[in-house]
Design a protein around this ligand. Sequence first.
Ligand SMILES: Cc1cc2nc3c(=O)[nH]c(=O)nc-3n(C[C@H](O)[C@H](O)[C@H](O)COP(=O)(O)OP(=O)(O)OC[C@H]3O[C@@H](n4cnc5c(N)ncnc54)[C@H](O)[C@@H]3O)c2cc1C
Length: 199
Amino acid sequence: MARIIIIGAGLSGLAAALFLGRRGHQVDLFERDPDAPPADREACFADWKRRGTPQARQAHNFLGLSSRVLSEEAPDVLDAVRAAGVFTMRRWPSVPEPFAYSLLARRPIYEALLREAVERQGGVRVHCAIDVIGLLARRDSDIPHVVGVRLGDGSEADADLVVDASGRWTKAAEWLAAIGARPWVEDLQETPLVYLTRW
Ligand SMILES: Cc1cc2nc3c(=O)[nH]c(=O)nc-3n(C[C@H](O)[C@H](O)[C@H](O)COP(=O)(O)OP(=O)(O)OC[C@H]3O[C@@H](n4cnc5c(N)ncnc54)[C@H](O)[C@@H]3O)c2cc1C
């Protein structure tokens, strides 16, 4: 089994941690934001400070693939999400059955339930208020081999695999450049879409 570091406890990082933990891997999940979710669901929405995910207070519609993956990988989380009042909607009549159900949610509540499952999961450790600031690499050839991360408190953590789930504002391009890795190709498109929510 591998030792895996995941950067970021948003939905991607939490899901990766849970699914890898359930497969028997040792996972260390590093999240920059200091606060754990409040136990009270209303407080999750009203008070939980998630500077790392400013979009979190937008109403979210999680498309059918996410509920299908959850039903296969962590049906207990799907049950908890539904019990907390997140509702499912059969949104796309033309889409095959397993993909057709969206979850309509207040994202902080969905995220809190997933995080609670991660924190209960054996083999997974969640480290809050810790910023990943770079990669550790070994160089046996022209291609650097990532072997861990550098942390904001000056320490380092070793891993067989590092998963970057730090979201849209990832610093991974800079981190890879710093270890001499080939730059990635990024294609950005302007969009006229404006998203406005008023609570
Ligand atoms: C306005 C808006 C509306 C949206 N609506 C929907 C919707 O209805 N349905 C839907 O499915 N998607 C929606 N999305 C997209 C969805 O929010 C993102 O796809 C999702 O948040 C991506 O999850 P993630 O875990 O990859 O990253 P994020 O949710 O961005 O999480 C990244 C995490 O990494 C942490 N982090 C960042 N850098 C570091 C670091 N260096 N060290 C440690 N931790 C770090 C952050 O604090 C954060 O917790 C919407 C997005 C926006 C902006």
